[in-house]
Design a protein around this ligand. Sequence first.
Ligand SMILES: NC(=O)N[C@H]1NC(=O)NC1=O
Length: 172
Amino acid sequence: MRISDVNQLEFDEFTSKFGNVIEHATLITAAVWSERPFRSLTHLHDEICKFIDTLPDTGKAGILRCHPDLAGKLSQAGTLTSESTKEQSGSGLLSLTEDERNYLQQCNAKYRNKFGFPFVICARENKKDAIMKGFKTRLDNSMVDELNTGIREVKKIGWYRLLDLVDKDSHL
Ligand SMILES: NC(=O)N[C@H]1NC(=O)NC1=O
């Protein structure tokens, strides 16, 4: 699909195609539709990021809370969204040894205990070893740092999801 095709989409078509670019946060896509026409895929992504940046910290934490744990319950039950399944499997998180899975689940629990939202990292840019390391360093951060870091990762995840849907080099 080209960006010119994106600009032709009715609201319902747009939200159905792009509704999960930010995991379980269709409202963001719904809001951004009003900003058409998009000059490029980058412009569409910028509008998504701009909308996220206008949210209070509670809204940003809410976005993080809509993300599934890495190698968590949903992945074991096979009920991740198709996007998350692709991302988590690409980084090796869906084929862990039992020890690795136990370790990650302990890290998830520690992180969630400390910050009140899940650890979010762009799995397409991090293989499982980098993710395990990321847990180690990020667990020592402050709440403000982690809210910002998590949101930065959400924006990266969204960019890759957009790349799966639209030809990046198409312009108006
Ligand atoms: N918790 C978390 O980071 N989840 C995810 N990251 C990613 O790239 N896809 C996800 O589902």
